[in-house]
Design a protein around this ligand. Structure first.
Ligand SMILES: Cc1cc2nc3c(=O)[nH]c(=O)nc-3n(C[C@H](O)[C@H](O)[C@H](O)COP(=O)(O)O)c2cc1C
Length: 158
């Protein structure tokens, strides 16, 4: 039995997720962000999380090779950031959108949560690379609603 990619994409899109910006810096210290909803928790002890990076991304080498990266969970009012950093070739982060994290990767201001991570392992995931990070530090905003993604569109908790 073979599944049409379009049908699979539609079906997977019916699993509601939050929306994150994955951030890191290039070797020249240029700060980059990419919108991602493949974030998942893996383990509490040790503290591990993962996300999946598409192999055909223009910035694949930077994210796949980054020792440090941050996972920034977006708040409802940050939908514009999600749209901005999902554009092809538009991953350089505006100065106003971040501060420097403890390990050098950008921390997105006003995100619901910032997970500062060190790359722990990578695994072949078909047309994606599964990147597992060890969480080195976490900052949480005390309140705020999440930005949700469902069936190809943004949603909010009602
Ligand atoms: C809601 C949403 C979730 C996304 N999730 C992922 C993801 O988990 N992994 C990924 O590699 N790209 C994901 N993308 C696509 C990237 O954000 C971006 O569109 C793509 O990287 C652009 O092409 P480029 O990397 O060649 O510049 C997502 C896009 C959107 C809008």
């Amino acid at each position: 039995m073979s599944i049409e990619p379009r049908e699979l994409r539609d079906a997977l899109g019916r699993f509601t997720t939050g929306v994150c910006l994955i951030t890191t810096v290039t070797q020249q210290r240029t700060p980059l962000a990419m919108t991602a909803n493949s974030f998942s928790s893996v383990s509490l002890d040790p503290p591990l999380v993962l996300w999946s990076l598409q192999e055909n991304s223009d910035v694949y080498d930077v994210f796949a090779g980054a020792r440090y990266f941050n996972i920034n969970v977006l708040a409802l009012e940050q939908q514009a950031l999600s749209t901005q950093y999902a554009r092809k070739g538009q991953h350089e982060i505006e100065r106003a959108h971040y501060r420097d994290g403890k390990c050098g990767a950008p921390v997105i201001r006003d995100a619901l949560v910032n997970f500062e991570c060190e790359q722990e392992a990578t695994y072949d995931g078909g047309d994606h690379l599964i990147i597992v990070g060890r969480v080195l530090d976490v900052q949480q905003r005390p309140s705020g609603d999440p930005l949700l993604f469902f069936s190809g569109g943004y949603r909010e908790i009602r």
